[in-house]
Design a protein around this ligand. Structure first.
Ligand code: PLP
Length: 398
């Protein structure tokens, strides 16, 4: 008999981590698996950032820091918000956490009461639904598809609003679709939201620096949204620092205070050394630091899109950011592998894992069950080989 709490029983295992686990198991059995399931840059943290962490160790910067992060770091983050996003925050509005994942979790815990609804445009990052559920909220999904570049309209959002709506949560650039909301699209959403002053916006901008349009826009910049937007960001993606575990929020003071209070009981603060490294990242010129990585991702995106578009039945949008392609594979649902019917994207992902030896993540986990997420944070050679394997194995379905 298990005594796991109801709260935990409501939680689904992260689909991306589950796929990584399954592919590791197959690799351990000797299979040659190409893993395109994980969401992290296949680049190393820049040298000058690593150097500052080494120096922090030598300088014995090894004690507890203030819960929301040490002051100079929060000042540097305010500088980043102003420089890159034209957002005005003071250091007491910044809370640095153990990854943007904890930032999001702090915000959900701080904002949501049981039964509060959170609108999630599909596709959303897998963790959003689970965090909302874990903190007592109700995820309300709004559909989109490849035909609308996986974006939703203000009318769609408005149709989902009820007296219980507490927040709208989305990422742009989006994981998993790579879609980027333009300034005009965000303005249209903001104008609609002006009619609903009690709704908060949780704007996840973690992929800000991997944006091929070079036009990242923060919804919190609009004066009418400023006092009700929580801007989420971090160093994981843009600075290839996933393992350092640093994320942060810029938020209305009362939300920052609530996150701070919660974090004080949960983790105290994130790692002091990682905070020093993050300060260095914040004071650098992100455009220069990320240029090589972004260029590599852009080339790979084009190359992979070209290959995927050669496969009959697959429909792709043209992702403008992050490092994922999210094709619609529904053409293959109902086809057979021998006697087994491929009913949905979960079945198709398992088929591609077991037969093509390519690990991908089913779109069902992101709210779009007709799609599959392919991460192109892998070498050109691996991507080419994976595209060939996918094509060959799909051709065997009848
Ligand atoms: N937000 C989105 C949209 C992500 O894709 C991820 C990581 O995959 C995160 C947040 C979490 O990032 P971190 O590594 O800072 O926890």
């Amino acid at each position: 008999m298990t005594k796991v709490s109801d709260r935990l029983n409501r939680l689904t295992e992260s689909a991306t981590l589950a796929m990584a686990r399954m592919s590791r198991e197959l690799i351990a059995k000797g299979h040659d698996i190409i893993s395109l399931s994980l969401g992290e840059p296949d680049f190393d943290t820049p040298e000058f950032i690593k150097e500052s962490a080494k120096k922090a160790i030598d300088d014995n910067f090894s004690h507890y820091t203030p819960v929301p992060g040490f002051l100079e770091l929060r000042e540097a983050i305010c500088g980043k918000f102003k420089r890159d996003n034209n957002l005005d925050y003071t250091p007491d509005q910044i809370v640095v956490s153990t990854g943007a994942k904890q930032s999001l979790s702090n915000v959900c815990m701080s904002l949501l009461n049981s039964g509060d609804e959170v609108i999630l445009p599909c596709p959303y990052w897998v963790t959003y639904t689970e965090l909302v559920k874990l903190t007592g909220g109700i995820p309300i999904e709004i559909q989109s598809s490849v035909d609308t570049d996986f974006k939703v309209t203000p009318d769609q959002i408005e149709a989902a609003i009820t007296p219980k709506t507490k927040a709208l949560m989305f990422s742009s650039p989006c994981n998993p679709s790579g879609s980027v909301y333009t300034k005009q699209e965000l303005l249209d959403i903001a104008k609609m939201l002006e009619k609903y002053p009690d709704i908060f916006i949780i704007s996840d901008e973690i992929y800000e620096h991997i944006n091929f349009t070079d036009a990242h826009f923060s919804i919190g910049t609009f004066p009418s949204m400023k006092d009700r937007t929580i801007t989420i960001n971090g160093v994981s993606k843009g600075f290839a620092m996933t393992g350092w575990r640093v994320g942060f929020i810029g938020a209305p003071l009362w939300i920052a205070k609530a996150s701070n209070k919660l974090q004080g009981q949960l983790t105290s603060a994130t790692c002091s050394i990682a905070q020093k490294a993050t300060k260095t990242a914040m004071l650098s010129e992100p455009k220069k630091v990320t240029a090589l990585m972004k260029e590599a991702f852009f080339k790979r995106r084009n190359m992979l899109l070209e290959r995927l578009n050669e496969i009959p039945g697959i429909k792709c949008n043209i992702p403008q950011g992050a490092f994922y392609i999210f094709p619609d594979f529904s053409y293959y649902f109902g086809k057979k592998d021998g006697e087994e019917v491929i009913k949905n994207s979960n079945d198709l992902c398992m088929y591609l894992l077991n037969k093509a030896h390519v690990a991908l993540v089913s779109g069902a986990a992101f709210g779009n069950p007709e799609c599959i997420r392919i991460s192109y944070a892998a070498s050109d050679k691996k991507l080419m080989e994976a595209a060939k394997r996918i094509k060959d194995k799909l051709a065997e379905l009848r």
